[in-house]
Design a protein. Structure first.
Length: 120
């Protein structure tokens, strides 16, 4: 069984979404697998006010696991891409969300692939 398949698929998808010249930071923990498959360093921000300022400057935010759920419920962050199985932790699959203020929204239907949609 390929235990990295969800990390690989999710990270490669966000690598296609986030332009190479743009900045991306993670809210809290980001796995080494995610960084490896994304192909760039992903700095981590723990402080939510700092994270919000970073986001307001037009930068991308990545959150996985409980942090993904937290920012999705927060109401201040706009979800661009969501993966139900973005990474695995302690043998459990966890969700992941990519946030950006104005990028086109990418919806995923687990069986049929991505459908591009415009900003909210």
């Amino acid at each position: 069984m390929d235990t990295n398949r969800y990390s690989r698929a999710f990270s490669q998808k966000i690598a296609r979404i986030v332009p190479g010249s743009d900045k991306l930071a993670a809210y809290g923990y980001v796995s080494n697998r995610t960084v490896q498959y994304f192909g760039r360093v992903i700095p981590s921000i723990e402080d939510k006010p700092v994270l919000y300022r970073y986001y307001e400057q037009g930068n991308w935010i990545l959150a996985t696991g409980k942090r993904s759920e937290e920012l999705n419920k927060d109401g201040q962050f706009r979800s661009v891409f969501y993966g139900k199985k973005a990474d695995s932790r302690n043998r459990e699959n966890v969700p992941g969300t990519l946030f950006h203020k104005s990028a086109p929204i990418v919806k995923i239907d687990g069986s049929s692939g991505a459908v591009e949609k415009g900003p909210k």
